[in-house]
Design a protein around this ligand. Structure first.
Ligand SMILES: Cc1cc2nc3c(=O)[nH]c(=O)nc-3n(C[C@H](O)[C@H](O)[C@H](O)COP(=O)(O)OP(=O)(O)OC[C@H]3O[C@@H](n4cnc5c(N)ncnc54)[C@H](O)[C@@H]3O)c2cc1C
Length: 352
């Protein structure tokens, strides 16, 4: 039997451990699996912190097919992952996702709908009147078309899912070891073992890394201003969307506690206001300047997830007060990004 060592026992690592050791009943190869997990409390694992929602409303066939498999698996999970009398319950509910489109976006929504229907996704297009009839509290102003998931979309408890996979994997003979993987033993380019805290090496024929995702600041773009490279950790983020002493650059970091795109929309609106303001004033350049000596720097994001903590030192920093802080409050951002004056002393306009 081939030995597999999986590094990281979150939802992904534990799911792989489960699938590799379940009996497919067709003589397929079986594996001896060890999972190396540094923290059995999963305090900082994305799988425990996730919003854990699932949708079918995607715009590519591959995503739709994967998610159809996903919802089918989640619906039947009680039986699939039961261990003896213990039937896991992940609290799956399926109230559906609701997408709203303006006139400009209605065509894309219709195209996506056609693709989803071709894959038998349970989704409906609603006119503004139909939308209002279903959800009387929604404002339909500016809405041309809506798309509502009727089933197959909703959310569940991510931590329970991870534990269900883990318990089932253990019942199938998977060994979980609580320790920190520190490196790989290599034979040429081939991994033959996983080094763990204390100096021991776990022998492996196959090594799987499932240690969670890593963030890449600005997608890895290498910035320079007048030929001088910009080191992101040495810059402050202005309103969480521009960089101190870097002109004419805006980026988007969405919400971690709400829809990512809610923030992206506000940033886009802000950029439109900014461009109009520059055109009216004859400016060619706008640049945030952090020359207030009382301003202190701090981590950009106050968020405990491992994938954030692992990468935060590579990101720009935030400041101790506005406008150098990245907030996570939509109502507050509506005020500051949509309505507040652009000229605030920190953002400097010029026409060099
Ligand atoms: C706020 C938030 C909201 C999200 N919302 C959704 C959503 O709505 N829908 C959705 O599908 N996804 C969502 N996600 C993403 C989803 O949660 C993750 O993609 C998924 O949980 C990743 O699982 P994982 O097992 O790869 O990572 P993790 O759960 O992070 O597990 C990785 C494990 O590896 C361990 N590890 C790391 N390094 C080592 C080492 N050297 N040695 C030993 N162990 C190590 C860690 O301790 C950790 O337990 C969200 C994530 C977050 C944080």
């Amino acid at each position: 039997m081939r030995r597999v060592v999986i590094v990281g026992g979150g939802a992904i690592g534990s799911a792989i451990a489960y699938f590799l050791t379940r009996d497919p009943g067709n003589g397929e190869e079986r594996f001896e699996v060890t999972v190396v997990e540094r923290d059995f409390s999963y305090r900082q694992a994305s799988s425990a912190l996730s919003a854990s929602s699932i949708r079918q409303q995607f715009s590519t066939a591959i995503n739709i097919r994967m998610s159809l498999y996903g919802i089918d698996f989640l619906r039947n999970l009680g039986e699939t992952l039961r261990v003896g009398d213990e039937v896991p319950d992940i609290g799956l509910v399926e109230p559906g996702y609701l997408y709203l489109a303006s006139q400009a976006g209605a065509g894309v929504l219709r195209e996506n709908h056609a693709l989803q229907k071709a894959h038998a996704v349970d989704v409906a297009l609603l006119t503004p009147d139909e939308l209002k009839a279903r959800f009387p509290w929604i404002s339909t102003e500016g809405v041309e078309l809506a798309s509502l998931g009727l089933s197959g979309e909703g959310w569940y408890d991510g931590y329970s899912l991870l534990q269900a996979f883990r318990r089932k994997a253990v019942s199938q003979g998977v060994r979980y070891v609580q320790t920190h993987a520190t490196g790989l033993r290599l034979d040429g380019r081939r991994a033959t073992g996983v080094q763990i805290d204390g100096g021991e090496t776990l022998d492996a024929d196959v090594v799987v890394t499932a240690t969670g995702l890593n963030l890449l600041a600005l997608g890895g773009i290498e910035l320079s201003v007048d030929g001088v490279a910009v080191s992101l950790p040495e810059r402050l983020a202005y309103k969480g969307m521009m960089l101190s002493r870097v002109p004419n650059l805006v980026f988007t970091i969405g919400y971690t506690n709400a829809s990512w795109t809610l923030k992206a929309d506000l940033v886009a609106e802000y950029v439109c206001r900014l461009l109009e303001h520059m055109e009216r004033g004859g400016y060619r350049q706008c640049m945030p300047v952090d020359d207030d000596p009382t301003l202190e720097s701090r981590p950009l994001l106050d968020f405990a997830a491992g994938y954030v903590q692992r990468s935060l030192h590579l990101f720009p920093r935030g400041g101790s007060r506005a406008p150098w802080r990245l907030g996570m409050s939509y109502p507050q951002d509506v005020v500051t990004l949509r309505h507040r004056a652009l000229e605030d002393g920190a953002l400097r306009f010029s026409a060099p």
